[in-house]
Design a protein around this ligand. Structure first.
Ligand code: KIV
Length: 277
């Protein structure tokens, strides 16, 4: 599917059908202007719970709430016409059981217009995913490094190395069998990501995984150089908006202090300019 040829947003089934075809392009977004910038270029846009760290200055994604996801989901939806929107389920909104997960997924879909939700977890979340899918909630799964579990994973480590590879492959298979329409693979060895991609019937979306995945995703503030607190190895910076923005703000501050801004063209005269006949 080419983003430029598309007239309306794809559905989760369309994303599933992209398995093995042209790479699926996706980014995160949290605001309307960002969503507008990427709409024509992405197949889907994820309102990630990374919003907590990237926009709200939280130390991890654990403090992100349902209200935050709904608010940012609504903002992103206003900026999209041709890309599909997926919204993350925040920590604590789905782990208790299928009913809790359905209640919160339904709220996200109803209040934001999201086509699908994403949730973290492998085999232990399979029953919940099957429950959601059977009730009309398309699910994107997220395995490998699952940031909502950093306290039990021992930090932001690569997952699936050595003996852990078989368990990650089993997680991926369980996600596909449960009915997820795609699965994010975060921070896993490239060879394992390729094996998983070849071994399951749904698209893999890599972030710190492999160029052989069915698609890629990055946090937009990372790739634009807006979020600079740290830079994971898997991030490529395509722009330096953080340093450019700071230079612009410094120039503004200097001009205000020198009274060279505002200049004549930014100010109003006593009389209105004559309107043309
Ligand atoms: O929250 C997020 O931004 C994500 C992506 C990193 C996949 O889950």
């Amino acid at each position: 599917m080419s983003a430029t040829a598309r007239k309306s947003a794809p559905l989760p089934d369309d994303i599933r059908d992209m398995k093995g075809g042209a790479p699926i392009v996706s980014l995160t977004a949290y605001t309307t202007p960002m969503a507008q910038m990427m709409d024509a270029h992405c197949d889907f846009v994820l309102v990630g719970d990374s919003v907590g760290m990237v926009l709200h200055g939280l130390p991890s994604t654990l403090g992100v709430t349902m209200d935050m996801m709904v608010m940012h989901g609504r903002a992103v939806a206003r900026g999209l016409t041709s890309a599909m929107m997926v919204v993350d389920m925040p920590f604590g909104s789905y782990e208790e059981g299928p009913e809790q997960a359905f209640r919160n997924a339904a709220r996200i879909m109803a209040e934001t217009g999201a086509a699908a939700v994403k949730l973290e977890g492998g085999q232990h979340m399979a029953d919940t995913i099957a429950f959601l899918v059977a009730r009309g909630v398309p699910v994107m799964a997220h395995i490998g490094l699952t940031p909502q579990s950093i306290n039990t994973l021992g930090g932001y480590k690569v997952q699936g190395r050595g003996n852990a590879a078989a368990a990650l492959m089993a997680d991926a298979q369980a996600m596909a069998e449960a009915g997820a329409f795609s699965v994010v693979l975060e921070k896993v060895p490239a060879t394992l990501a390729d094996e998983i991609t070849a071994g399951i019937p749904i698209p893999t979306i890599g972030i710190g995984a492999s160029a052989g995945c069915d698609g890629q995703i990055l946090v937009v503030d990372d790739m634009l150089g807006l979020f600079t607190a740290f830079k994971p190895k898997f991030v490529k910076r395509y722009a330096s908006l953080g340093t450019d923005g700071e230079a612009a703000i410094a120039a503004y501050a200097e001009e205000v202090r020198a009274r060279s801004f505002p200049a004549a063209e930014h100010m109003f005269g006593d009389t209105a300019p004559k309107s043309k006949p």
